[in-house]
Design a protein around this ligand. Structure first.
Ligand code: FMN
Length: 325
């Protein structure tokens, strides 16, 4: 807070910092350093190939890929997306080629583009999480695993892993035990106290947490009286959920100040990134914004140094958790 406060005194008097000198590097624990804090939200960037037509994905801090499961999944029936007032609902159903095909086809593409890759994994049992982490052991170019534990636990009446401390602990223990890279637990905000779940993940060996996943929502077409999603309910994302993301990051950072947090939820602008960092995030993912503007992550990344320089900050790191009471 001291650094941020000191820098603030320069605001208005003209900053002497050149945007070219702003240092965007961030550390997420001892073993993961990113060249900049902007990453992609799992499921909104596939494995990078589609967006590479629009910009060089190497510019990003890392690509977080769509969640991969043990077996291929075809996903849920359509319609799988519905627009809402300030965001969207989706029920894709974790469509993905399965870990074997992903390792054979998607990872080599990411490696050939030399982009640090964070692999999101998803399972229905703790054994599946463990199997996926084993398959990813020593995979080239994989800098971290993001365990998407916002999935139903078939061994516990389909209650989402990240809704229970014990299930979170069990799943993350299995992943961390065999993983050769840092593990991040991706948490759902649909809980009473997200900082308790983050604590359980950390205790089980997670280096950090990624927050927030989508919130469960529903929309009904008033003409047809049918739900707008074939799966009836789905995950709400986009600007509507940003205040919830800021709150969740804040609560986790207050309870676990040393725990690295990848923050996400409705990020569309440089200011949104700064807001999540002020709440306690170290890195920030751009998700739904990419659907309306494939250049969103790049534009935010490019705007960040100027914003920081104009406000008198030489790094983004110094703003972490630096909100004022
Ligand atoms: C279409 C879509 C698919 C998603 N798929 C995944 C996924 O496979 N794994 C995951 O952990 N999160 C997934 N998410 C959640 C996002 O990674 C992110 O946590 C959430 O959307 C909030 O960020 P945003 O508002 O910037 O999109 C998905 C989100 C959307 C919109």
């Amino acid at each position: 807070m001291t650094d941020a406060t000191r820098s603030d005194s320069r605001r208005g008097g003209g900053s002497e910092i050149d945007p070219a000198d702003v240092d965007l590097r961030v550390a997420l624990g001892d073993k993961l350093a990113l060249r900049n804090p902007i990453v992609t939200g799992s499921g909104t960037f596939a494995s990078g190939q589609e967006v590479d037509r629009f910009f060089d994905v190497r510019r990003l801090g890392a690509v977080v890929v769509k969640s991969v499961t043990v077996e291929p999944r075809r996903g849920l029936p359509t319609p799988r997306m519905a627009e809402t007032a300030a965001g969207m609902l989706n029920a894709i159903g974790l469509q993905n080629p399965g870990i074997d095909a992903w390792l054979a086809h998607d990872l080599p593409w990411l490696n050939s583009h030399r982009v640090p890759t964070i692999v999101s994994i998803a399972g229905n049992t703790t054994a599946e999480y463990r199997h996926l982490a084993e398959r990813l052991r020593d995979a080239p170019g994989v800098v971290a695993i993001e365990a998407n534990i916002s999935c139903p636990n078939v061994d516990d009446r389909d209650i989402v892993f990240a809704c229970r401390e014990e299930a979170t602990h069990e799943a993350i223990t299995q992943v961390a035990r065999v993983s050769s890279v840092p593990v991040f637990a991706k948490l759902t905000p649909d809980v009473t106290d997200i900082s308790l779940i983050a604590g359980a993940a950390h205790e089980a060996g997670a280096t950090g947490v990624s927050v927030i996943n989508t919130l469960l929502g529903m929309a009904i077409d008033t003409e047809t009286r049918r739900p707008k999603l074939a799966a009836i309910t789905g995950g709400l994302s986009g600007p509507a959920i940003k205040p919830i993301a800021v709150r969740a990051v804040h609560q986790i950072h207050e309870a676990h100040p040393q725990l690295p947090i990848i923050g996400m939820g409705g990020v569309r602008s440089v200011e949104d990134v700064v807001e999540l960092v002020l709440a306690g995030a170290s890195a920030v993912a751009v998700g739904t914004a990419t659907f309306t503007n494939p250049l969103a992550a790049l534009e935010i990344l490019e705007g960040l140094p100027s914003w920081l320089a104009e406000h008198g900050y030489a790094t983004l790191r110094q703003l972490r958790g630096a909100w004022r009471r």
